[in-house]
Design a protein around this ligand. Structure first.
Ligand code: FE
Length: 132
């Protein structure tokens, strides 16, 4: 067991740790779902430069961890894919008549058009367009 004794003599177990921070708690805040501790740094050391820390990004990408839908870090992948596609092509097709709204030929991005905007050919609503 890899043990370090903190400045107050309290043992700190460092098994499988890449680094440690020892802080003196100067404030404790109740934020409803958990406590937030504000600390003053007392000591710190990097123990292992050869391995990468398991970040939240690593957890989500490698371990397939998904944030709950109500979490601020939640990403709706289907919305993100649609957004990315529309940014790439800049073209939106009317599903009623086939008219293509091409952002490269217009002054306004499709997403910036007002909700009451209509297809110039068949008068279908903006909601009848899909990104192509
Ligand atoms: Fe149309």
């Amino acid at each position: 067991m890899n043990v370090k004794y903190g400045t107050t003599g309290v043992p700190i177990i460092l098994n499988d740790s890449l680094a440690y921070l020892e802080c003196k708690v100067v404030r404790k805040i109740d934020v409803d779902t958990h406590w937030l501790f504000i600390g003053e740094l007392v000591d710190a050391q990097m123990l292992d430069d050869n391995n990468k820390p398991m970040t939240y990004s690593y957890y989500r990408e490698t371990k397939k961890g998904v944030a709950p839908k109500n979490a601020p870090t939640y990403i709706d992948k289907s919305k993100l894919d649609r957004l990315t596609e529309s940014v790439k092509s800049g073209k939106h097709k009317c599903t009623v008549c086939g008219y293509i709204y091409d952002e490269s030929k217009e002054e306004i991005k499709f997403s910036d058009l007002p909700d009451h905007w209509k297809c110039p050919v068949c008068a279908a609503g903006k909601e009848d367009f899909t990104e192509v």
